[in-house]
Ligand binder design. Structure first.
Ligand SMILES: Nc1nc2c(ncn2[C@@H]2O[C@H](COP(=O)(O)OP(=O)(O)O)[C@@H](O)[C@H]2O)c(=O)[nH]1
Ligand SMILES: [Mg+2]
Length: 700
């Protein structure tokens, strides 16, 4: 509705809403959001917004449709009349109506509980054009979310509708519509808004709800008038209503009507002075006043005869407030004579339709921009950055868990070295290489020659066959005991993994996993996958060198006696690790540094030599770093977190170490996933162009 459709003179930057919705709904290359995980794809602006914030999504659509609709209803302005209970809104509307129409309004009496309906009074003429009438009904239904209801012709029924005696809370959003021939001359519609009450005692929707509906209704109106009785002038609601009007329909004319003024208390120019600050603050264009008709001494201030000459005359005994435009100057107000064009009832004829429409259209266009750019886009960007934050946290959580497993920490808590996952391949390598490089005197107890190769693939068998003494068997048992207790290295079972993840998630939340997500299954799967897919091996040449180095030092340290570490004891240490899953009857990841293994077997001298050597730590750390990033990768895969794209760095000892890229096979998630979505810059610049936003509008 509203404003005249002067095709010339009106800036023709009208947005093509259909084209704009095309962009907002685009799911192709032009889409607003690009997803790269778990699948590659696009999401449109609107579907992202509907997912994230449905109310804002519908606000965008409503604003767009209102804008589009406005261009079709340009010649049909409506003025919103809002204010508090008993301020005289309905009385004000009535001054425009025919005597018959006045009887259908509900004023004061019987109205003690306030009006909870929007009542739209339209010129009778508008109804005679069926296509216009349909358009109006459509637009009303869209604005309020409900089809309008006709106001009954019979005063009694109409009053019941006004006071909502038969309806519930929802009737707030079912507008009543009536037409009146007297409005044909005015050529405007008047929207009598529900009373703004300052509490919820009526049980008919919270004040917040009312304001929301009022906001929606205001998008129908090309001017906004706030009515207040003189004694309500200090009420904060007044300013708030002005603010709502300004926020919701920026640029649309706002006016103030002060009712029930008493001449003994305030003369017209004093009323003007009282409201002048508010007028400036809220860019109120005009202040009207009406003196209390029940007070005899007010008579000189009520331009009654004047009113009857331009508006439907008041019948005898019928009293309605008669509003006139206040002047700043005392001598230009009643009791001095004023002209009819100062009367509020003359306002519609004086409104500049072209300007009214342009401001109305601009307000609606600005609502569209605000809804799309400031609200919708902001919400999506906010969501995307929350998502990014979640991703950072989830990855950090898994990295910390990886460290819990792999980091061997010093007394100060710093990471001294990374442990090795003692996979079968590594245990085999260690066994073979230590045996191959062992000096003759270390082999005395073992007839191993070539048979040690059978170790691999059958740790249990091997032990049964090759542990020749009870003493060694006890040693192996003791070692396994220490590993199981966690005195050395780390043993990871599904249960322990779950505990670790949950612990780390306290500081780095795994937001996409809920309590009822498949935790146990995922933890079991992660351990199983890692155990199966980790094929990391030690560098064979460097390992051999490291082993030789160690043997020579062990022998050197103990050379006085020439009794060195028996090879068998050493091999016991390595192979005991492989038996752990058998012991524990579960999938378990054993990780321990080589020196931890040696120490756990009681080979302290060997342990410290290994730990202190440069070659030894080099060969070990190379494999350990790979295993560490691979474990994080498996945890990420399993918990639906996209793997890190650039290798992280960690501090080991005094060095800042760059980690390698994971090599372990990529596998699917067990349970919820965390998507990677990004805002499209191309979309942003398309949108900016379509909304006709200057290029210096703040972007992300
Ligand atoms: N005494 C007096 N009462 C008025 C005047 N204007 C309106 N009223 C009364 O104030 C009451 C509330 O008016 P109404 O138009 O229903 O206010 P609304 O609640 O804002 O719609 C009614 O009883 C009116 O008759 C006035 O100028 N003087
Ligand atoms: Mg009322």
């Amino acid at each position: 509705m509203f404003g005249t459709g002067k095709s010339n003179g009106v800036r023709s930057v009208d947005v093509d809403w259909r084209k704009l919705t095309g962009l907002l709904e685009a799911t192709d290359q032009r889409a607003a959001v690009k997803q790269s995980f778990p699948d590659v794809g696009q999401e449109s602006f609107m579907s992202a917004l509907r997912r994230i914030d449905p109310p804002t999504a519908s606000e965008v659509m409503t604003a767009g449709n209102a804008w589009q609709g406005a261009t079709e209803l340009v010649s049909y302005p409506v003025i919103a009349i809002a204010g508090m209970l008993n301020s005289g809104k309905t009385s004000l509307v009535s001054t425009f109506l025919s005597p018959q129409g006045r009887t259908r309004t509900l004023r004061g009496v019987g109205n003690a509980q306030g009006t909870h309906r929007f009542v739209l009074w339209l010129p009778q003429r508008w109804r005679s054009d069926p296509s216009l009438w349909d358009l109006l009904q459509e637009r009303l239904a869209e604005t309020f979310g409900h089809a309008p209801e006709a106001l009954a012709d019979s005063p009694e029924k109409a009053h019941r509708q006004y006071s909502n005696r038969d309806g519930g809370k929802d009737s707030l959003s079912i507008p009543l519509v009536a037409t009146d021939p007297a409005l044909d001359t005015a050529g405007v519609g008047l929207l009598d808004c529900p009373d703004i009450v300052s509490d919820e005692i009526l049980g008919l929707g919270s004040p917040g709800d009312r304001r929301k509906v009022l906001g929606r209704a205001s998008t129908l109106c090309s001017a906004f008038m706030v009515v207040a009785s003189a004694e309500q002038c200090r009420d904060v609601t007044l300013g708030e209503l002005m603010r709502i009007a300004g926020d919701l329909m920026p640029g649309v004319p706002r006016m103030l009507a002060i009712n029930k003024v008493r001449s003994r208390e305030q003369l017209p120019h004093q009323v003007f002075q009282t409201f002048q600050p508010m007028m400036r603050h809220h860019q109120v264009e005009a202040i009207f006043a009406a003196y209390d008709f029940d007070v005899a001494s007010n008579a000189p201030f009520i331009p009654r005869g004047l009113h009857n000459s331009v508006a439907p005359p008041l019948e005898d005994g019928e009293d309605l407030p008669i509003f006139f435009k206040l002047s700043e100057r005392a001598d230009q107000n009643p009791p001095n004579g004023i002209s009819t064009d100062r009367l509020l009832v003359s306002l519609p004829r004086k409104l500049d339709r072209g300007e009214l429409f342009e401001r109305f259209r601009a307000a609606l266009a600005s609502n569209v921009r605000t809804a799309i750019w400031d609200k919708g886009r902001e919400r999506i960007l906010q969501e995307l950055s929350t998502q990014e934050e979640r991703l950072r946290n989830a990855r950090a959580c898994m990295t910390k868990v990886g460290l819990d497993v792999f980091a061997q920490r010093g007394d100060g808590g710093g990471i001294e070295r990374l442990r090795l996952h003692q996979n079968q391949r590594i245990v085999e390598q260690l066994t073979v290489t230590f045996a191959n490089t062992a000096p003759w005197y270390a082999r005395w107890s073992v007839g191993l020659s070539t048979k040690y190769r059978r170790v691999v693939g059958g740790a249990g068998d091997w032990f049964r066959k090759w542990l020749p003494t009870q003493a060694l068997e006890d040693k192996a048992e003791a070692l396994r005991g220490r590993l199981r207790r966690g005195d050395y290295g780390s043993l990871m079972t599904p249960e322990k993994l779950q505990t670790l993840i949950r612990q780390q998630a306290e500081t780095h939340p795994l937001a996409h996993w809920e309590d009822n997500s498949p935790w146990s299954e995922a933890c079991r799967t992660a351990i199983h996958r890692y155990d199966r897919d980790d094929f990391t091996a030690l560098d064979p040449y460097e390992l051999e060198e490291a082993c030789r180095d160690m043997w020579s030092k062990v022998s050197w340290v103990e050379k006085g006696k020439l009794t060195s570490i028996p090879l068998l004891v050493l091999l016991t240490a390595f192979t005991a690790v492989l038996m752990l899953p058998l012991d524990m009857g579960a999938t378990v990841l054993a990780s321990a540094s080589i020196s931890e293994l040696l120490a756990a077997s009681g080979l302290t001298a060997a342990a410290s030599i290994w730990a202190g050597g440069k070659t030894t730590s080099l060969v070990e750390q190379q494999a350990a770093k790979q295993q560490f990033v691979d474990l994080i990768a498996v945890l990420c895969d399993t918990f639906g977190i996209p793997r890190e794209t650039k290798a992280p760095r960690i501090r080991i000892g005094k060095e800042d170490v760059k980690l390698p890229d994971p090599k372990i096979a990529l596998r699917g998630p067990i349970g919820p996933t965390l998507a990677i979505r990004n805002w499209s810059d191309a979309f942003e610049s398309d949108l900016r162009k379509m909304l006709d936003l200057p290029s210096n509008t703040p972007s992300r």
